[in-house]
Design a binder for this molecule. Sequence first.
Ligand code: HEC
Ligand code: HEC
Length: 340
Amino acid sequence: MKVEDAIQRVFSLVKVLVALYTLVLVLVILMHNQPSLFANKATANDSWSPRNINTDLGDSREDRLAKYGYEVITQSSRYIGPLAEAGNRYAGNNLSCQNCHLEGGTKRGSASFVGVANRFPQFRGRENKMGTLAERINGCMERSMNGKALPENSLEMQAMIAYMKWLSTDVPAEREAEYKGFVKVVLPEAKADPVLGKAVFVKHCQTCHMADGQGQRPDPNGPYVYPPLWGTDTYNHGAGMHRVITAAQFIKGNMPHLQATWDNPILSDEEAYHVAAYINSMGRAQKSNPGTDFPDKKLKPVSTPYGPWTDSFSSEQHKYGPFQPIMAFYEREFGIKKGK
Ligand code: HEC
Ligand code: HEC
């Protein structure tokens, strides 16, 4: 072989190597900056978002019913509350479902309705039986909305269920959990302190909810712009929001409004815990017959602030904690793990 030939070969080899190296480099840079190009099915679903009532609604009868359900959920007091026609006033306060289930029930970390219809019927400890979605809605009607049950065959109940079913269609299985419930809060070992909570309230909450907690409603015959947190026109003492742990979870993922999100909270866990205690230390409407809730008292969430219980912790401790000793008791005595 001539020397020139040999040099020629080495050159070709180097060219091929340089070409290969460049290709790998380009791929690595692309994978780093454009991961979606290389995503498998699971990550492709990262770009999935819930159905949007303004852009994704069809014209079928079911879709029109869902649209009405959306109206009821976002302006409840007008359709099923104190501002509705006589005969249709089931909610006892002027809240809307959306005040807690934010953005029409599509916001993560606010017990969203995305996927909810796929989880019912389910076992409910509060009633100690299998419960339907209509019954779950009525749980909120009697407590969060401080009212009475909506008839299951009423147009408004059917419409809210149609909306929840519509939102629950085609939700990728691996995304459902993230739309369910509230964010977690690491509970401090100490009791929740309304005095510390008041300082958090003054700093982070009262510009909207006002110092007297009564919120703001520019038109006294319209829905709230900022809903009340205590007093007679908000959730009653039987509501989930009246439990310090549940309220802390909701607040951490959602308040201050338009700032806190499930993955970017504003308050620390401790601040959310104490401010939940502050708002729940104030007076509110009492649910009738709370003693009949949770026929099997062992299933009662530890932070349910009203008795009776199957333990001897004080009502003060059930309301403000510390909750770890109560949780440890249920795990030891009954093998029941409690999260709230
Ligand atoms: C004051 C706040 C509040 C209002 C107002 C409210 N809810 Fe709820 N809702 C909650 C809380 C808190 C939970 C979860 C309770 C728990 O974790 O035990 C919940 C749970 C639910 C669930 C079950 C969600 C799931 O993933 O299992 C449905 C359905 C529901 N609410 C429907 C409604 C409807 C419909 C309205 C209006 C008629 C309404 N809620 C009004 C606070 C509220
Ligand atoms: C920027 C205004 C604003 C601030 C600040 C704010 N909120 Fe809210 N809050 C709202 C609005 C608006 C809603 C109803 C959400 C909706 O309808 O979209 C709400 C709903 C709530 C609810 C559920 C509904 C009810 O009436 O019980 C609670 C509880 C709550 N806020 C607590 C707090 C706490 C605690 C803070 C302070 C850490 C806080 N908020 C700060 C505007 C605010």
